[in-house]
Design a protein around this ligand. Structure first.
Ligand SMILES: Nc1ncnc2c1ncn2[C@@H]1O[C@H](COP(=O)(O)OP(=O)(O)OP(=O)(O)O)[C@@H](O)[C@H]1O
Length: 338
């Protein structure tokens, strides 16, 4: 995994502080895509390190698919620059695309052909794909996405999830330097979803950079080394997942029968007592939560509480969850299950 080119712009405008551009599989500068007067993508600076699994996270309608379409040359940018695998797009489209596998809108499968038949046909249409290895590569791709058992079945009998997997198999027919996957687990059952996530991780372990969009926070947490967060056409944060996690605001939870006295001490220390509802410790009014602990030693907080005679039954310092962090960045809730 390559983290050296990590453009860690955690929060703020999403403006990337770029490392060596050669370390980036995807790089955009002030990319804008307008539909009429409305900007679906509004000046984003993406920096996707080579070798990363980059989760492109955002609620529905935040501009993920539009960005992906521009990256792949399926739509033109209104303004800004795009580089993919170190080359300028769309000028270098023809030389870049053979190294890029994509799952965007499901490829047009023929319903009356089998899964194998469809992949054989799509591969034959790829001038860079060697025909001598075609059958083996098709079988291998079907096996990797768990479709071997249905290889001979007509695609019209495939479920949505099976078609989605066939689309993934198509993206993997040849070794790729970059895979771009738009919501690859959409329409999959929980088992299929797990398989795709495992597959994505194994692809990255083999050196392929994976750029994967999702509206599911949990999915991104499970699969990705890096994340970019979209909100209303803007990239509001990007960087290594761990960096985003640690950028959240930590808080302290004090379990005590003397919540009012505890809150007074915490306030005196400069902390900001808040609603402990999310801590699950509020039963019988026995806990107080406070943010603003940066720069305070936990032991000093405990000592101050004890000095004031506050009875302490429990004391924890908790980092903000990624979900809290993203909600604070986007002002929106995320679907967290998946
Ligand atoms: N061809 C188009 N013409 C006009 N508006 C469009 C077009 N394509 C997308 N949009 C608008 O651009 C905005 C961003 O859409 P986009 O599909 O990129 O978001 P998304 O994050 O991928 O969401 P979803 O997961 O729902 O596809 C939306 O408001 C959408 O309605």
């Amino acid at each position: 995994m390559n983290e050296s080119g990590a453009a860690a712009s955690v929060g703020g405008t999403g403006r990337a502080t770029l490392g060596d551009p050669a370390d980036l599989a995807i790089e955009t500068h002030q990319l804008v895509k307008r539909f009429g007067h409305r900007s679906a993508v509004d000046g984003i600076n993406l920096a996707v390190p080579r070798g990363s699994v980059f989760g492109f996270l955002g609620p529905n309608g935040s501009g993920k698919t539009t960005t992906i379409r521009v990256l792949l040359g399926l739509a033109s940018a209104s303004s800004g620059n795009v580089r993919v695998l170190g080359r300028d797009m769309p000028q270098a489209l023809a030389s870049v695309l053979p190294d890029v596998g994509a799952l965007v809108e499901g490829p047009g499968f023929y319903p009356f052909l089998s899964g194998t038949g469809n992949l054989m046909r799509l591969d034959a249409a790829d001038p860079h794909a060697p025909s001598s290895t075609r059958r083996v590569r098709v079988q291998d791709a079907l096996e990797r996405v768990g479709l071997s058992h249905a290889a001979g079945k007509k695609v019209r009998a495939y479920s949505l999830g099976m078609k989605q997997r066939l689309g993934l198999a198509n993206a993997m027919l040849r070794p790729r330097k970059l895979l771009v996957l738009d919501e690859p687990t959409n329409g999959l059952d929980p088992q299929g979803t797990r398989e795709v996530r495992t597959l994505v991780r194994s692809l990255a372990a083999g050196g392929t950079t994976v750029f994967v969009s999702s509206h599911l926070l949990a999915e991104v947490e499970q699969m990705c080394s890096h994340v970019g967060v979209m909100s209303a056409g803007r990239l509001v944060a990007q960087g290594p997942l761990e960096e985003l996690r640690s950028a959240g605001q930590a808080h302290v939870v004090v379990q005590t029968p003397d919540v009012d006295a505890a809150a007074r001490v915490l306030t005196r220390l400069g902390l900001v007592p808040g609603d402990a509802a999310g801590t699950g410790l509020t039963g019988g009014n026995t806990a107080v939560m406070a943010t603003g602990i940066n720069g305070h030693f936990p032991e000093a907080i405990v000592a101050a509480l004890v000095a004031d005679g506050v009875g302490i039954r429990g004391f924890t310092v908790e980092n903000a969850s990624l979900e809290e962090r993203f909600v604070s960045l986007t002002g929106e809730g995320f679907d967290v299950v998946g």
